[in-house]
Design a protein. Structure first.
Length: 300
């Protein structure tokens, strides 16, 4: 389990105070699977450098600038032993590496006081989409190298450039937002069942296997993935949940809202989610990342 206090951005947008992101993550193998094919990540994006040598008066060692953003990620691998666990890991690593090395850093608009304007983040949605395409390519290359043709993974990530939240998504891992006691799902499941429901003109029963058959994933087909990108403004007190379907197979949206609304640390919320998923059958690996937008660092 991981718990972290991550500063999203030090600037103030209009009269909206800057926020800090208090995040925690937990992953569990469940009760039916032999290995855990899920992966998650919680990270702060920031400029940094290592000074290897300098004159005696100069600073040496690791130097870092202000935080530029917070990155949250959950991936659910497919392909069985030796496939899914590798796919989720290499996808998370590839996407993270791309964003770290390619994504432009937010900068204040020319001539505008940094404390009063939203830092511009040109092309963020496009860069997140490209990052997922790179993840797809990396999974496919790894599948060839390891002779694991069925290797693939879902991936959902949330990037907070305060106060803006970007959600990039492929597959059926989900991102939820709890605001003022109301739960909203920010992602759509990329399953054949969801496609049938969207195209049906009247209520229809969908075969259970279609609920777990993906049409969109990283490395899961010869086609390029079709990332779904969402963008919205966060408010202080908002709570985010990223989760694999090992949670949503056994825990309803109503129960998710209740856990996120409870007065508890995010680490405790993560543990409660895993407990409930396993109590409901634990038929799959379960991974959750919970993050809260706060005005000040949260003391555990």
């Amino acid at each position: 389990m991981t718990n972290a206090e991550l500063i999203s951005n030090d600037s103030v947008v209009g009269t909206k105070p800057h926020g800090t992101i208090d995040a925690a993550g937990f992953t569990d193998v469940g009760r039916a699977r032999p290995i855990n094919e899920d992966a998650y990540l919680i990270a702060t994006l920031q400029r940094s450098m290592v000074v290897h040598d300098a004159s005696p008066e100069a600073a040496r060692g690791w130097l870092s600038g202000g935080a530029a953003g917070t990155l949250l990620m959950v991936a659910d691998g497919m392909g069985g032993q030796g496939g899914g666990d590798v796919a989720s890991r290499v996808a998370v690593n590839a996407v993270t590496s791309y964003l770290l090395n390619v994504m432009a850093w937010p900068t204040a608009p020319a001539g505008a006081p940094a404390a009063n304007e939203n830092p511009s983040s040109p092309g963020v949605s496009e860069q997140l989409s490209c990052a997922l395409v790179v993840g797809d390519s990396t999974v496919k290359t790894t599948a060839v190298q390891t002779a694991t043709p069925r290797m693939g993974t879902t991936l959902t990530m949330a990037l907070v450039l305060w106060p803006t939240l970007y959600v990039a998504h492929v597959g059926d891992t989900r991102c939820y937002l709890l605001r003022s006691g109301q739960l909203k799902r920010l992602t759509t499941d990329h399953t054949l069942a969801q496609k049938v429901l969207e195209n049906a003109r009247e209520p229809v029963d969908v075969a259970s296997q279609l609920h777990h058959t993906l049409w969109n994933s990283l490395g899961g087909s010869a086609e390029l993935p079709k990332p779904e990108i969402a963008k919205l403004e966060l408010e202080l007190g908002d709570v985010l949940l990223l989760c694999s379907d090992g949670l949503t197979k056994h825990v309803t949206d109503e129960e998710i809202g209740a856990v996120l609304s409870a007065d508890a640390t995010n680490a405790a919320r993560c543990a409660k989610f895993v407990e409930r998923a396993n109590a409901g059958g634990g038929s799959d690996n379960v991974t959750v990342v919970v993050a809260t937008a706060r005005s000040t660092p949260h003391v555990l």
